[in-house]
Write a protein that binds this ligand. Structure first.
Ligand SMILES: Nc1ncnc2c1ncn2[C@@H]1O[C@H](COP(=O)(O)OP(=O)(O)O)[C@@H](O)[C@H]1O
Ligand SMILES: [Mg+2]
Length: 508
């Protein structure tokens, strides 16, 4: 059974085994069938032979039987012819009344056998011997009976001989079958082995120019699956090779395009960083001097209009500075150059600070801000200034996009995690104009202001949310926006309990 499972056998071994198994089984079955037929024929022959012998001996003794007891000796002499046949056990001659007239018994069976009483005509092959009983007739009259018993030796010998011949033939056919199988299996196994070897070579060397050795023409030998298999396999390799070449070309082109895009992006970031820096210096002067004018540090300005203009200059300058700062931060973050300095941040205080900064703006828009921060919150590991920047961005949006008499709720809480560490969850929810799902995606793109016509009246650059997202990512945190048009927006900021950067450093 284990042999038949063919678990780890090569195709050569399998084919050899199959061919041998089939031929051996057929040889065995044939010899078995021949032997059985032989035995049956032999039995019939033996019976025939005994029958003829019985008839002849019966005939020869008919005179003796007719003349009576005086001729017993002659009859016994007649029966003695059986002594030349070793297989005859005994022979009994009965007179017409069934009385024993003469008998022959072989030396070997002397005293071991009796003549049977049953005189009915029969020819029987038993387990150990063959017996035949025949009536002796003379001119239609029954004048006596003849009985012959023979051993089965002849049949036993035949079976013995037949078995050894069968064994010999089987051994000879096995040897022959083996050599035949070994040579015949080649026509099937060779192409398959060649295919397997080619496939192995191709996968090892990644060389698609290798081909399996052709064994014929698939167009001419359409019934030969092996030829078709080899041909198709080679065609497949050609196709893969062509695709591989094409893919490589495309990859090179893509790589070039990617390099170009990356260098353009780097140039953009570099340009932004430079220009932001160059712009900030004069702007600081504008803001500083307008503030001096506004505060009339060197005496009254005289005309009210000058004071108003100085105020405008200062406000516009501050606004421009904010935009430039955002651009600079964003390009730094995109270039991976924005580094955080972690410290323990008191979340409650930081949020309160943001609320204070924006309270004037909220009052102007008649928006109420409710901050609900538990007193017992542990400190958050974060960059304090960036944390405040994040909250300011989101909170200023909430105020900006909420109509009069709306409200904004800020909450902060801990979310218990399985491992014992807990994430910081901060939510900023407003009752403002809201956004659709697509708008939320758009809002996260740089300069991605949602253009609904409605918010045209809201000033801004569309840099706040992309920057906030970047800053959250730098903190290994997540920003999620749930919003519904006309109902409001809820921004959820999740900060991991221990910044992963620290965990990573500890593990190093
Ligand atoms: N709380 C909010 N409610 C409604 N819309 C919002 C809200 N926050 C952001 N948005 C939308 O997302 C856009 C991008 O926001 P942001 O990046 O902060 O840019 P900005 O504030 O400069 O417009 C906004 O222009 C606005 O359309
Ligand atoms: Mg904004």
């Amino acid at each position: 059974m284990t042999l038949l499972r063919f678990k780890n056998q090569s195709i050569r071994q399998r084919l050899t085994f199959i061919i041998m198994a089939v031929s051996c089984v057929s040889v065995l079955l044939t010899t078995l069938a021949i032997s059985i037929i032989g035995v049956y024929n032999l039995r019939a022959n033996i019976i025939d032979e005994l029958d003829v012998s019985a008839s002849i001996v019966g005939d020869r003794n008919s005179a003796a039987l007719s003349f009576g007891a005086d001729y017993k000796e002659q009859a016994e002499n007649n029966l003695n012819v059986f002594s030349v046949k070793r297989t005859i056990i005994q022979s009994c001659l009965y007179d017409k009344d069934g009385g024993l007239f003469a008998r022959y018994v072989s030396v070997e069976y002397e005293g071991k056998r009796l003549c049977p009483d049953n005189l009915s005509e029969r020819a029987v092959i038993g387990g150990e011997h063959i017996e035949i009983m025949k009536h002796i007739l003379k001119a239609q009259d029954k004048i006596g009976y003849i009985y012959i018993e023979s051993t089965l030796e002849q049949i036993d010998k035949y079976i013995e001989k037949q078995t050894s011949i069968a064994l010999l033939v089987s051994v000879f056919s096995m040897v022959l079958a083996y050599f035949l199988a070994v040579s015949l299996q080649r026509s099937i196994s060779r192409p398959i082995l060649s295919l397997a070897e080619t496939a192995k070579q191709v996968s090892q060397r990644k060389d698609y120019s290798i081909r399996a050795a052709a064994i014929g023409d698939a167009k001419e030998e359409q019934n030969n699956e092996l030829v078709i298999l080899t041909d198709s396999f080679n065609e497949m390799l050609t196709e893969i090779g062509a695709r591989e070449t094409q893919l490589k070309k495309q990859n090179v082109a893509l790589e070039k395009a990617k390099d170009a895009a990356e260098s353009a992006n780097r140039a953009k970031s570099q340009f932004l960083a430079n220009i932001s820096h160059e712009l900030r210096t004069p702007l600081n002067a504008i803001i500083g001097f307008s503030s001096i004018l506004m505060n009339q540090l060197f005496g009254a300005l005289g005309n009210e209009k000058y004071l108003e203009y100085a105020h405008d200059i200062n406000e516009s300058g501050a606004h421009l500075l904010n935009i430039i700062n955002d651009i600079l931060d964003l390009s730094k973050a995109e270039a991976g150059k924005l580094a955080l300095s972690y410290e323990e941040v008191h979340v409650g205080k930081a949020i309160q600070k943001c609320v204070t900064i924006l309270s004037e703006r909220a009052q102007k828009g008649q928006v109420t801000i409710n901050a609900d921060v538990p007193k017992m919150l542990p400190p958050l590991m974060a960059d304090r200034l960036r944390f405040i920047q994040i909250i300011l961005n989101v909170l200023s949006n909430a105020i900006k996009f909420t109509a009069e008499s709306g409200k904004v709720d800020i909450t902060a809480r801990l979310r218990e995690e399985n491992g014992g560490a807990s994430d910081f969850i901060i939510t900023i929810e407003d009752t403002g104009i809201g956004m659709s799902r697509e708008d939320v995606d758009k809002a996260f793109q740089s300069f991605g202001q949602v253009d609904s016509g409605l918010n045209r009246k809201y000033e801004g650059t569309g840099l706040g949310l992309p920057l906030t997202k970047k800053l959250m990512e730098l903190h290994y945190g997540v920003i999620a926006i749930a919003s519904e048009v006309g109902k409001g927006t809820c921004v959820t900021l999740t900060f991991p309990a221990v910044p992963l950067v620290e965990v990573a450093m500890e593990n190093e």
